[in-house]
Design a protein around this ligand. Sequence first.
Ligand code: GUN
Ligand code: FE
Length: 506
Amino acid sequence: SLTHYERLPRALIIVNHDGTIMWIGHDVEPRSVSNTIEQKVAEVKASSEGKVHIELTLLNDGEFIMPGFIDTHTHAPQVPNMGIGGQLTLLDWLDQVTYPMEGNFTNPEFAKKVYPEVVRKFIAYGTTTCCYYGTSHLEATKVLADVVLQLGMSFSQRALVGKCNMNRDCPDDVKEPDVDTALDETKEIIMYIRSLNSDLVHPVVTPRFAISCTDKLLCDLGKIVKSDKKLATQTHIAENTDEYEETMSLFPERKSYADVYDHFGLLNERTILAHGVYLNDLDLEIIKENNSGISHCPTSNFNLTSGMAKVGEILDRGIKVILTHVPCGYTQRMVLIQQIRQVGLGTDVSGGFLPSMITAIQHASICSKMVALQRKDSNDPSDETFAGKPLKISTLLYLATLGGASLCCMEDKIGSFVKGKSFDALIVSVRTETGNPAIWSPRDEFSRGGGKFVSDDYDEAVASKTLDTWLERFFFGGDDRNIRKVFVQGKCIGGKHVHPHSDAQL
Ligand code: GUN
Ligand code: FE
């Protein structure tokens, strides 16, 4: 949850051949691991006609397993621009750096060259589910969907893929010639992605942002969204002050930025709104009423000097104070009613300069600390509100995994380890052998009296504390070199253990 995560120092997870989690054993004694496995195998054999094939992955000293990262907002065609353009702010950056790069995707051959590398990079950083913007080009966006699905090979990243819609205030090579073409191509990409017939890749309706779409385009996209209860929508909102102002001048009838999208029927519980740095009360009310979610993109918000999103305040929307009787008297307890449907994290490449959710976690943490510094809120530990406080490790973990799953309406399937969910996971190593000098050896931890997972003097509390330390060290000192294996739907699709030319590498 937003405030709590479980760590299981002696766990055994059994994954079905279809990639779903079949069983999670807590506190499995090392001595009884093989017995437990034998027993589970016998159960599977009894319930299935066919042969049982078993693959066993054991964690080494200094490794842990966690749910894969869910990147709720990023731009695949901007990966070739990573690291440049950060001297500009949003609207100039779009004109001078971003649209010129996206223009290259007029040629699908360019997409075929670039997108495999793009998807490989996101996977290497541990992103098991990625919500991609493509460009406005139909053929190039088909290439992106194909690449994510690995052109029919037996493994794939999980993704939402959207063809960008934009028909004003941009160069001709990224601008859609007319609304009818934009709509036809949007319908075609939806059909195309669905025809791939994969449970892993889904379409998402993608108006770039209000400034780059005419009223008619937004209105007609809203009709598509309303007519299809399975379709997700993604767009940008309230990222930058100039952008907010320009939006209001283009839509003078509307009361706020969110009101523009709401007016055209683009907000529902499957809508992902990126940034939300300058949302006002009315915006937040409208978003809450529609059950839409927000993708927090702090790396990009810092890099393009956009600002600091008040994530704590957003999380607090929908918190109701109730009084509960506890033995020592009456006390206040907070109950979260999930009305701002969920908040996730996004890398927003190349506004963000790395395809790394670890970097997004670091910047989300720093952002919350700087926002807290500017406010003077209560430090009362019994006060469970988020506004004006640094985000806890549990909250950061939640935003990067289950919060993102919820934002993508996939919380039944991914985001945490629960029986029946898909096994989308990372094996993380905090051993120095990964080559990452920022990470210490877990043996140091043991020699300082850290948790022992296997020995006779095993102490669960101490072992749990060790896992807490490893997770925090990974979040703040780690990078892709610490990610040993990346699994989607039970299949290993990448990670540092993979030989560059083995078939599991993209
Ligand atoms: N607003 C409209 N387009 C974009 C984009 O490509 N990146 C970011 N960060 N904001 C946008
Ligand atoms: Fe973006």
